[in-house]
Design a protein around this ligand. Sequence first.
Ligand code: TPP
Ligand code: MG
Length: 111
Amino acid sequence: MPAAIAAKIAEPKRTVVAFAGDGCFLMAGQELATAVQYNAAIIVRGRDNGMYGTIRMHQEKHYPGRVHGTDLRETRTSRLRALLRGGGGDRRGDRPVRAGFERCVATGNRR
Ligand SMILES: Cc1ncc(C[n+]2csc(CCOP(=O)(O)OP(=O)(O)O)c2C)c(N)n1
Ligand SMILES: [Mg+2]
């Protein structure tokens, strides 16, 4: 997300999309405040699998049966976004994604 925000500030006319896992969003999602502050209308496409999946993969591979500290609870990104006054929608499931994405692109391009 920080890189996406910087990219949008550097290239405001271009559409910038950040792909973020739930763990990634939990590590840097508060930077949404920076995006709002600098009117950097990025799109964040999240994937919530309830874990630090990449780290889990290494644990399972190198330490079978000793998974530790890689579970995450469901991340309610919509609440953080509302708190920080970011726009957009919360689209779960696969079917509404295209419409939601197109709306995000249109919104970002209006700014
Ligand atoms: C700031 C920071 N801290 C730690 C890491 C190490 N790290 C690499 S992948 C990963 C887990 C990412 O989890 P998530 O975003 O949920 O993606 P998933 O692997 O589950 O698809 C972590 C903690 C990192 N890349 N950046
Ligand atoms: Mg994850």
